[in-house]
Design a protein around this ligand. Structure first.
Ligand code: TRP
Length: 446
């Protein structure tokens, strides 16, 4: 076995690591704005259905492959395929995953950089007494300033690659243990405060009273993509973490806990953000700036608002940090599997992602009108295509591999449950998840 592979220190550490990967911008930034753009409750309903029927079973598939293979994604896939008498070409799925996370990390780092900017501004009291219009204008001015955005993007990516270079398990365990629960508490407080505002009732109606007429094939596809994104599934990134999973642990239980927490965080963020949107008469379909303009306004009304806002952005930054470390892992693991040392591999990945990330930075200024594909600029492309097409395609292949290709005993042992549990999981993946992903992809693309 690969001597460089470490193990997570405990079961708790594994769950925390996967939660750290799952909870991030997807819950607090992407979920509210995507929900806002896609009609509210109808989208939420679809997204939860996809988490249960597709995201969760495929998450187990992905982690079990890593756990059974105990190598980098590419090597695990190749090894397990050969052992099952299937084609070693399955290993290219690992490379496809690395390409997917490459695209995702290129904008993830840029948007995380926005959190750095907002953290600094709120520490300096920049939002004290600001009107909603002023917050919005400040955000626009920041987006139009490539130098500041590049600085933050660079800082964030350097922070990420440093932890990755040091080895994920050691670096991550400390971060996750203490700070993530604090973020949940803060979100709970914020949602609790939102409940006392006049925007709360319309926000709940918007989130929980679905208008089924709003459901179109495209909305369904957005919901599927988001389910994969928020659970960190479909790009072999959790596969890489599965390789470090302890022997004695039930995978379904761990995955279930992560999914519940992940959805809960998204709901809390959604409630807090939409309460502000409706209290201020803002547009829920405002787009990627939604969280950044609503939360400073919400916190400004609270006693000690600037302090709370600073704490919030600090914790958000930690949450995105643990996610971006996970995003980097499949690329670094792939290079490592090809014989590179971890440090240089992390450096190479960092430089490449940084360069492509600059295109996202410039999408808000110089390159705003450069639309290389489908009439979208680079930021719109990298926030859409990898999530809505690459992740579902990757997830579909991962599911097929785990439920149809791998040797049965090997898959069962890696799932870590009894015969009945294994049958249930395999049945759901074979007859629900795989057909569902297939149909939605085809319908969305046609
Ligand atoms: N799930 C993370 C979020 O919601 C993003 C993420 C981390 C991710 N690792 C991933 C997305 C792997 C896809 C694949 O912010």
């Amino acid at each position: 076995m690969n001597a460089t592979l470490e193990r997570w220190g405990s079961r708790r550490a594994f769950i925390l690591a996967v939660t750290g990967a799952a909870v991030g911008l997807g819950n607090i930034w992407r979920f509210p704005y995507i929900t806002g753009e896609n009609g509210g409750a109808a989208f939420l309903l679809l997204y939860i259905a996809f988490v249960l029927l597709l995201g969760l079973p495929v998450m187990m598939a992905e982690i079990l492959i890593g756990r059974a293979g105990r190598r980098s994604p590419m090597l695990s896939l190749g090894h397990l395929a050969t052992a099952a008498g299937a084609s070693a070409h399955w290993r290219w799925l690992g490379l496809f995953g690395a390409f997917t996370v490459f695209c995702i990390l290129s904008f993830y780092s840029v948007v995380s950089g926005w959190s750095i900017e907002f953290l600094v501004t709120s520490i300096n009291g920049g939002f004290v007494g600001a009107t909603p219009a002023e917050v919005g204008a400040g955000f626009e001015a920041f987006l139009g300033d490539p130098a500041r955005m590049t600085f933050n993007h660079t800082l964030f990516l350097a922070m990420t690659m440093l932890v990755v270079a040091a080895g994920v398990a050691k670096g991550l365990e400390r971060l996750n243990n203490l700070l993530m629960p604090l973020l949940y508490v803060l979100l709970l407080l914020l949602a609790g405060y939102a409940a006392t505002t006049e925007g709360f009732a319309p926000a709940l109606a918007w989130l929980f009273r679905p208008d089924l007429a709003a459901i179109t094939p495209l909305v369904v596809m957005h919901a599927m993509g988001h389910a994969f994104f928020t659970l960190a599934v479909g790009a072999c990134a959790l596969m890489a973490y599965g390789a470090y999973m302890p022997e004695q642990q039930s995978l379904p239980r761990a995955a279930g806990a992560v999914a519940v927490l992940d959805v809960a965080v998204a709901l809390l963020a959604g409630i807090a953000i939409f309460s502000v949107v409706f209290a201020q008469g803002m547009d829920p379909g405002e787009g990627p700036g939604l969280m950044f303009v609503t939360l400073p306004i919400a916190f400004a009304e609270l006693p000690w608002g600037a302090l709370w806002l600073s704490v919030f952005f600090l914790l958000l930054l930690l949450a995105t940090w643990t996610s971006s470390i996970n995003l980097a892992e499949p690329m670094v693991a792939t290079l490592q599997g090809a014989g590179m040392r971890r440090g240089p591999a992390a450096a190479a990945v960092g430089v490449a992602v940084w360069l492509v990330g600059l295109l996202s930075v410039l999408s808000f200024s110089t390159l705003a009108e450069w639309r290389p594909l489908f009439g979208m600029n680079v930021f719109d492309l990298v926030t859409t295509i990898p999530t809505e097409i690459f992740l579902p395609v990757g997830g579909l292949l991962i599911a097929i591999f785990a439920a149809w290709v791998m040797r049965r005993e090997e898959a069962r042992a890696a799932l870590g449950v009894g015969e009945a549990g294994f049958r249930l999981w395999q049945g759901v993946v074979r007859w629900v998840s795989i057909p569902l992903a297939f149909v939605v992809l085809i319908a969305g693309l046609l």
